[in-house]
Structures are given as structure tokens and as C-alpha cells.
Write a protein that binds this ligand. Structure first.
Ligand code: CO
Ligand code: CO
Ligand code: CO
Length: 330
């Protein structure tokens, strides 16, 4: 099942018409938002993933960072969380499960969210993640729909996690290299989100399973604009780029490119291996921030000063034939 099928299925669910639902099912945004009162809106999201590494503690950390990320993409603060865990009791020991949950809890503590419960169920395949509730000032919600012509586009983590996971499985990269990538995946988008809130940010999303192409398309379509990427400016893990250059692809990227390739126009000088970067599904990827042009340099400098691997990699244009355009250099 590809991302297009999911959209199709969701279309058949009844639409909720409720003035207090500020961001609902129909919006394809990062999280749902409902108004509690004039000062506070509740932001809710759920994400869980299968293991992407052998280290249970690190897997728990990454799953939690990935689940918390949608709260940060909306400009909200995590408040409470619930664990979700499907586990195979025959192949996963209690000790391993405990380490996964400890890893998740460590990230929750870092986020400031309180773990208040959870649910576990037996399953053939291990899966772990969280349902997270955040709080936001209803005037300050950052959605996918506010990008403005002239905005600069900033990405706050390198791309290529999908390719890196695959490359490690095939022994194409060392554990040392892979571990460095995993530790970036375990990093919260907390600091990046807090920093962006100081500037005139018009739209934001986080890059996860639908790859750069799918998540940026949400912003382009909801904001009724075209996003122009400068391919040479995209942050990419060097090890992943090497794999792309070898012509390697991930299992999932084909479904993603089938769904989205008609939405993106690549200029003739963009090599095929760079196109694959757009179709590489991310786990716990960075924030894609659309910021007012006059604030973009200041935002970038503050992100970099805080050790965040960010770059200005695109701009918002008026709506063209294609919602997404990728040039090698602008
Ligand atoms: Co998201
Ligand atoms: Co999500
Ligand atoms: Co959003």
C-alpha cells in the first residue's frame, strides 16, 4: 500500500465539521489540533515504527524522537505521552523490551512530556512508538498551509536515513558510520522548533515516511504555492549519498516515486542519484521550515550555532505547473 492509497481510504471517512477542530483529518497536516479555550489548543499525534537497528535503547530513543517530531513541527510543546508497543514474546526478551521503553522514556524526559500510560500487545513483529499530546497557543499554530511567496525553505537534519538503514543491512557501511546517523535520528526536533518560533515562520512540517517529496508536497498543495529546491544545498548524509551514487535504491522508494514523480519537475542537470534523495523515506527526519525571507539568514545562523545541521535549500514561488521544482543550483 502506497501513500496514495492511504489518501484514497481516508477520503471515504466522514468529515468532521466542528469549529473547535482547527486541524483535522482532512488537512494532511502533522498532527490534529483542537481548541480547548482561547489560550490553549491540544495537539495530538501518534507514530510507531519497526526496529531500524539492533540496539534496543537507541531504537526506543529514535521511535520516541520520531513520535514527538509532529508536535514540534506544529510549533507546539509536548505535554503527555502514551507508549504503544507490539512485541513478540518468543523472540524479544523482557530485558530488551525494558531497554526500548527506557530509551523512549529518556527522550520523553528530555522533551518535558510526562509518560502517563501505554498499551502493549503480542504481535509477530516488534513495533514501538508513542501517542503524544502537545499544547500550543491557538494563535501560534504552524501548519502546512501558511507558506508565502518569497519564503526561504530550511531543512534541519540531513536526508538519507532510509538508504542508510538499507546500506547497513547490506554491510555497505560500517557500524561506526551507521551509529553516527542513528544518533542524529535520536536527536529531538525540540531545539530547532524552539528556535524557529522566535522568527516569522509561515509553515513547517517534518520529513518522515513519505520522504522529502511527499511532505514538501503537502506544504505546496495546502499553501497553493510551488516549492523550488536547490539540490546542491540539500543536507545529505555522505554515506547515503555514496550509496545513491552507486545506483542503490531502498525497497520503499519505488512506491514513493510512483506516487509523487508527476508532482516534481527536475531540471535536466539533476543527476538521477540526486532524484532518489527526494524519494528516500526518513525516520525521525528534520523540520522543513518556510520562513520569511528577511528572517532566513538569522534563523539559519541560530540553528547552526546550536549544532543543528541546517541549510537553506529552497524557496517558495507562486504556483506553477508543478507544485515542486528541483534545480541543481539556483
Ligand atoms: Co509529520
Ligand atoms: Co506522524
Ligand atoms: Co505542520
Amino acid at each position: 500500500m502506497g501513500p496514495g492509497d492511504l489518501k484514497e481510504i481516508l477520503q471515504h471517512l466522514p468529515q468532521i465539521k466542528d469549529a473547535d477542530v482547527l486541524v483535522g483529518l482532512d488537512s494532511s497536516d502533522d498532527a490534529g489540533v483542537v481548541l480547548l479555550n482561547d489560550e490553549v489548543a491540544i495537539v495530538q499525534t501518534v507514530d510507531y515504527i519497526t526496529p531500524i537497528c539492533d540496539d534496543p535503547y537507541l531504537y526506543g530513543q529514535i521511535a520516541a524522537a520520531n513520535a514527538l517530531s509532529d508536535i514540534y513541527a506544529m510549533g507546539a510543546k509536548p505535554f503527555t505521552a502514551l507508549n504503544l508497543c507490539n512485541f513478540p514474546p518468543k523472540s524479544i526478551s523482557k530485558e530488551t523490551l525494558a531497554k526500548i521503553l527506557q530509551g523512549g522514556l529518556e527522550k520523553l524526559n528530555e522533551s518535558g512530556a510526562k509518560l502517563i500510560g501505554g498499551h502493549t500487545i503480542k504481535d509477530e513483529e516488534l513495533k514501538y512508538g508513542l501517542a503524544v499530546t502537545g499544547l500550543v497557543n491557538p494563535q501560534k499554530i504552524i501548519t502546512n498551509s501558511g507558506a508565502k511567496i518569497g519564503d526561504k525553505v530550511i531543512l534541519t537534519k540531513p536526508l538519507g536515513t532510509g538508504m542508510s538503514v538499507e546500506a547497513y543491512k547490506k554491510n555497505n557501511i560500517t557500524y561506526e558510520v551507521f551509529h553516527n546517523i542513528l544518533s542524529v535520528m535520536a536527536r529531538l526536533n525540540k531545539k530547532a522548533s524552539e528556535i524557529m518560533l522566535k522568527y516569522q515562520v509561515h509553515a513547517c512540517t517534518d520529513i518522515t515516511g513519505f520522504a522529502l517529496v511527499g511532505h514538501s508536497l503537502n506544504i505546496a498543495e495546502k499553501s497553493k504555492v510551488t516549492i523550488q529546491f536547490e539540490v546542491s544545498k540539500l543536507p545529505i548524509y555522505p554515506a547515503a549519498l555514496t550509496e545513491f551514487k552507486k545506483g542503490n535504491k531502498t525497497g520503499v522508494s519505488k512506491a514513493i516515486s510512483n506516487t509523487y514523480e508527476s508532482k516534481i519537475h527536475f531540471s535536466d542537470n539533476v543527476p538521477d542519484y540526486y532524484k532518489e534523495v527526494f524519494f528516500d523515506p526518513q525516520t525521525s527526519g528534520g523540520l522543513l521550515i518556510c520562513v520569511d525571507e528577511k528572517d532566513s539568514a538569522k534563523l539559519l545562523i541560530e540553528l547552526l550555532a546550536n549544532g543543528i545541521t541546517a541549510s537553506v535549500c529552497g524557496a517558495i514561488l507562486e504556483k506553477r505547473d508543478y507544485p515542486l521544482i528541483a534545480l541543481m543550483n539556483c
